[in-house]
Design a protein around this ligand. Structure first.
Ligand code: 26V
Length: 823
């Protein structure tokens, strides 16, 4: 055969194939008798990973040599999903590799599908971290992600008898070819023990933290390639291990089993991701996780600082900045103080000045139940030295506040990092604000509400600290990789500049008027819908209809996100069919997916309701093709990659003021879905970008929600709305739970409660009306396609390249670093 040179691979296809074969047969020990695609996936990933390593080392060394300012993204969650396709895309070798695999008789899709998701996150916050580090590498910014290497990621969701059943996600069972263990960068982490103080030779108080039970944090690094630019950044995840394989003392005393068991206690710390995106209050293990992340990451950065500068920290803040992904890693504020004071001998004022110039904090939620508070007694027991430092920080801070507002004791009480009460608590958000130079929200409305509500006192004190950074998503994964047909059409139309400058999608706008272009756009959308059907067919016994509106809501299940409102609309449509009110009907297929926190009773009830309603509707011959409702089990990153290209309508229907930003809304928009949504989070900015005529707006505004909550009367609303009354009556008479009496009573009660914070009944009518506008619009397919194109064309703002550029110019102030290389 002839030699095919694949320039993108930097080598001949034959050589790449030889690498693949060598890994497959020699490293993995498989041959043609092996039927599992997993090993071919592994061999291929190893061959590709080889192509990243040189660039990775080069990037690492360049950062070191140029001594550039660097940023560290501290996050308890990195919801990475799969790596293979993304690595190929960013290296620019997708087609070459596909060709090579094809020539070997292997089905690329099968290999890609055999990679497990790295589900090391709950939802929006974790996925945002993953998109951020992709954009940092693409923008050539020297940014390292620091997180935890959970042995078990986000649970896998089964639906049994309509209910969520959680299964542990042992994602590392078959190894992880993308990571490299680096035991040489292990750090020691202290827990427990006690402190002792003395006065040093210069009259400064010095404290030792002693008699601690230590564990080790071992880093595992994953390469993060930029988009075709030679940069390969690092995601460093910590695994907890025991200090010594065998505790010799106990071993010699004959307690062999005890000493091995101690290893277990240590390794438990990074065993499992907490699967809650709201309250998990007071769990000691969670605090241990947080401290491990903060301490190991800071020791890592300070360790290399000291290696170069010794104990001279005068330039530390100028060269290093830490972005805290919510309050989860905010104990880093106190840990940096401890390291500077106790380990490196700085005095308080110097250490504090450095800390305050080094830390930056992002808030991701206004929900009070998600705001972290730790009981002082637990804190003291687990981290006595850190607790002392927090009290000291607070004392200094309280003095600052009283100097500014003398005699205002109420303000002192309100702003104190320590909340008084039956039991004292540490308010982690306040620690983060006091200890950092930047505080940001994740969408314009959210940032405004932080300033006027939750953090009002702090905003008054330090207005300049506060800023907004509207979220985004990476267009590589969320358009180029997940929707190659659409990406190809876009590139053929406007060139490929959009991949690194998403604002160029604007150039698509005039093509909305081009009939041929619209036809192609529509074909691609229909193709994506068909693919989604094919992918779901084997799981669901449902007769999908590719011409129906694909109406999609996928996200964590939470009352504020109002999956319930969505179901009420579906029940209303069903009711219309049953009573024969189907003139001018538009067929609709409603897809809902998402996980509930295992302890979240109402969220689990909502999942059960969706499944029960789905069973009734989908099996009713009167309904037929007019309406389908499907619950998509085990929603995760790799599922969204298949779902978002096939969506017509994106449901973003949270109660106004409750969704900080949303990012699923952006993925759908980029893929040409239209949004039905409230004036909440980034929806507001999406609507601003695309124009009201291309967006289905409904619902109360945040102010109206606030106002109405003072005299909310859902029963009056229900009684005055015949359609809603009928829906409620269908639920009340047990139409969807004939053999399970009473199971939806709590849901009904929540809708009817004057204290329902989510105001589901209040927005029902407006939602139904907006859905009617959707149906009318969908009838004119050509016009719908126009709007679909305009949505994609207007999505440029929602690239994390823009978000990260904003973080960098306004907060981090890093210079891009060019990695020159010969590859
Ligand atoms: C809180 C907790 C509490 C303790 C247990 C574990 C845990 C895990 C996560 C959280 C906070 C979740 C906050 C969150 O995910 N916020 C979402 O952030 C997205 C990215 O900024 C944003 O788009 C969503 O609107 C917001 O809900």
């Amino acid at each position: 055969s002839t030699i095919t040179i694949l320039p993108e691979l930097g080598m001949a296809e034959q050589d790449f194939v030889a690498d693949f074969k060598r890994y497959y047969s020699h490293r993995l020990g498989r041959d043609e008798n092996c039927t599992s695609p997993h090993y071919a996936y592994e061999a291929l990933s190893m061959a590709i990973s080889d192509r990243l390593i040189e660039r990775w080392k080069k990037t690492y060394n360049t950062y070191k040599e140029t001594d550039c300012k660097r940023a560290y993204y501290l996050s308890m969650e990195f919801l990475m999903g799969r790596t293979l396709s993304n690595a190929m895309l960013n290296l620019g070798i997708t087609e070459a590799v596909e060709q090579a695999m094809y020539d070997l008789g292997l089905e690329m899709e099968e290999l890609v599908e055999s990679e497990p998701d790295a589900g090391l996150g709950n939802g929006g916050l974790g996925r945002l971290a993953a998109c951020f580090i992709d954009s940092c590498a693409t923008l050539r910014l020297p940014v390292t992600g620091y997180g935890l290497r959970y042995e078990y990621g986000m649970f896998s969701q089964d639906i049994i008898n309509g209910e969520q059943v959680e299964k542990p996600d042992h994602w590392l069972r078959n190894g992880n070819v993308w990571e490299i263990e680096r035991p040489e960068y292990t750090h020691r982490i202290k827990f427990g023990g006690r402190t002792e103080s003395h006065i040093d030779e210069f009259g400064n108080k010095r404290t030792s933290w002693m008699d601690t039970q230590d564990i080790l944090a071992v880093p595992y690094d994953t390469p993060i390639p930029g988009y075709r630019n030679g940069t390969v950044n690092t995601l460093r995840l910590w695994k907890a291990t025991a200090t010594e394989e065998f505790n010799l003392q106990e071993f010699n005393a004959g307690d062999y089993a005890e000493s091995v068991a101690a290893k277990n206690t240590a390794e438990n710390i990074t065993m499992v991701l907490y699967p809650n995106d709201a309250n998990e209050n007071g769990k000691a293990l969670r605090l241990r996780q947080q401290y491990l992340l903060a301490s190991a990451s800071l020791q890592d950065v300070i360790g290399s600082w000291v290696g170069r500068h010794g104990n001279n920290f005068s330039e530390f803040a100028a060269k290093n900045t830490f972005q805290l992904n919510d309050t989860h890693p905010s104990i880093a504020v106190a840990e940096l103080m401890r390291l500077l004071l106790d380990v490196h001998g700085l005095v308080w004022d110097d250490a504090w000045a450095i800390t305050r110039k080094t830390m930056a904090y992002t808030n991701h939620t206004l929900l009070p139940e998600a705001l972290e508070r730790w009981s002082v007694s637990l804190f003291k027991q687990l981290l006595p030295r850190l607790m002392e430092i927090i009290f000291d920080i607070n004392a200094h801070f309280m003095a600052e506040v009283s100097a500014h507002w003398p005699g205002d004791t109420d303000r002192l009480r309100r702003m104190s990092i320590i909340e008084e009460g039956d039991e004292q608590h540490v308010r982690m958000a306040y620690l983060a604000i006091v200890g950092s130079y930047s505080v940001n929200g994740v969408a314009a409305l959210h940032s405004k509400l932080l300033q006027q509500g939750l953090f009002r006192d702090f905003y008054e004190f330090w207005p300049d600290k506060f800023n907004n950074k509207t979220n985004g998503v990476t267009p590589r994964r969320w358009l180029a990789a997940c929707n190659p047909e659409l990406a190809e059409l876009i590139t053929a139309t406007i060139g490929n500049g959009w991949l690194t400058d998403l604002s160029q999608l604007k150039k698509l706008e005039p093509f909305a008027e081009d009939k041929k272009f619209r036809k192609r756009w529509h074909e691609i959308k229909q193709g994506a819908k068909q693919k989604l059907i094919d992918y779901k067919k084997h799981e669901h016994d449902v007769d999908f209809n590719v011409d129906a509106i694909f109406d999609v809501q996928v996200k964590r299940v939470h009352e504020y996100k109002r999956q319930l409102l969505n179901v009420l609309h579906v029940i209303h449509l069903y009711d219309r069919i049953k009573r024969g009110d189907t003139a001018n009907w538009t067929d609709r297929c409603v897809l809902i997916g998402g996980k509930a926190a295992p302890g979240y009773y109402m969220a689990k009830k909502i999942i059960k309701l969706i499944n029960n309603v789905s069973n009734v509707i989908n099996s009713d011959p009167d309904v037929g093709r007019k309406l389908k409702l499907v619950f998509l089990p085990n929603y995760r990153v790799s599922a969204m990659e298949k779902i978002c290209p096939g969506a017509d309508l994106s449901e973003q229907i949270s109660t106004a003021g409750k969704e900080a930003s949303g990012t699923g809304n952006m993925k759908f928009m980029m893929n040409g879905a239209l949004t039905i949504g409230t004036l909440d989070g980034a929806n507001i900015e999406i609507r601003e970008e695309v124009g009201d005529e291309n967006f289905f707006l409904f619902g109360l505004t945040e102010e109206q929600v606030e106002e109405m909550s003072r005299h909310y009367d859902p029963n009056a609303i229900i009684n005055q709305d015949e359609d809603l009354l009928r829906v409620i009556k269908l639920l009340e008479c047990g139409h969807f739970n004939q053999f399970e009496p009473g199971i939806f009573d709590d849901i009904l009660a929540s809708i009817k409660s004057p204290h329902d914070p989510w105001m589901t009944a209040a927005d029902f009518r407006s939602f139904i009306d907006a859905q009617k506008r959707v149906e009318a619009a969908y009838k004119d397919q050509d016009h719908w396609t126009k709007m679909s194109i305009l949505n994609c064309a207007a999505s440029g703002k929602f690239s994390t390249d823009r978000t990260i550029t904003d973080y960098n110019t306004e907060i981090w102030k890093l210079k891009p670093v060019n990695i020159d290389n010969k590859f």
